[in-house]
Ligand binder design. Structure first.
Ligand SMILES: C[S@@+](CC[C@H](N)C(=O)[O-])C[C@H]1O[C@@H](n2cnc3c(N)ncnc32)[C@H](O)[C@@H]1O
Length: 242
């Protein structure tokens, strides 16, 4: 989309969620892994920036983590209030978060930063609202994904709207330039393991599923589909759960 504005991005996502509802999301089983990577524990406070339909908020609540979500799309927020009724959810832009400085133990942003009009401002805002020893989990797509190279196209299912793709090294540089320390980077393996979480479908998946899962493991990190970055704030020493 040429010269997108916050309004056109919002409208695009409102239409997307209105048309697809919860089918636009990965199922609930896809989200606890992000909390595991953060080592999120009960009694802490988590902000999910661009929370979409709220599945991470619901997973956090199930662990006793107080969860707060914000998303540009009113339709997403409407769904999130249904999916995660105990969470505090509001409409808002990631580039201008309406929270006080130093509020959250964890800040997450999954599959969304690449759609921000100003990624740097979004990162500065995530940093601002986080406590000094906070952990961040940010999932972003890989410009060098081998699947796109083989298929001869590039971009996620939401490439029609504003989407910035970067390779592994460039994402790392972007985070470090904004004052984050990269603690860990792992591939997003949901598409390889989702056969385990599916009950319906052909029994053949018990054959194709493990083959795909094993093949996915052989792909080097720099060619994977999306990266899950676990970050802390620079200037501190950190210990992260393995
Ligand atoms: C691919 S969806 C991901 C939703 C959710 N994080 C998940 O993992 O299911 C991208 C989300 O980013 C939101 N979004 C895009 N630009 C945004 C911005 N500047 N500020 C806040 N949310 C934004 C969209 O409304 C949409 O809900």
């Amino acid at each position: 989309m040429p010269n997108p504005t916050a309004d056109t991005v919002k409208k695009w996502y409102n239409q997307h969620y209105a048309a697809k509802g919860l089918q636009t999301m990965r199922p609930a089983a896809a989200y606890p892994v992000f909390l595991d990577l953060l080592g999120a524990s009960a009694g802490s406070r988590l902000l999910d920036v661009s929370c979409g339909a709220g599945s991470l908020l619901a997973a956090a609540h199930a662990r006793g983590v107080e969860s707060v979500g914000v998303d540009l799309s009113d339709e997403a927020v409407r769904l999130a209030k249904r999916v995660a009724p105990t969470a505090e959810v509001a409409v808002g832009a990631g580039e201008a978060l309406a929270f006080p400085t130093g509020t959250f133990d964890y800040v997450t942003c999954l599959g969304s930063l690449e759609h921000f009009l100003d990624m740097g401002r979004g990162l500065e805002e995530m940093k601002r609202v986080a406590k000094p020893d906070a952990r961040f989990c940010i999932m972003v797509p890989n410009e060098d994904f081998i699947g796109w190279k083989m298929l001869g196209h590039q971009g996620t299912a939401q490439q029609d709207i504003n989407e910035h793709l970067l390779p592994l090294a460039a994402w790392r540089i972007l985070f470090e330039r904004h004052g984050f320390a990269v603690l860990r980077v792992v591939p997003d393996r949901w598409h390889a393991v989702r056969w385990r979480a599916t009950r319906a479908g052909s029994p053949l998946r018990f054959v194709t599923g493990p083959v795909l899962e094993a093949a996915w493991r052989l792909i080097p990190l720099r060619w994977q589909y999306q990266f899950v970055f676990i970050l802390g704030l620079a200037r501190q020493s950190h210990a992260v759960p393995t």
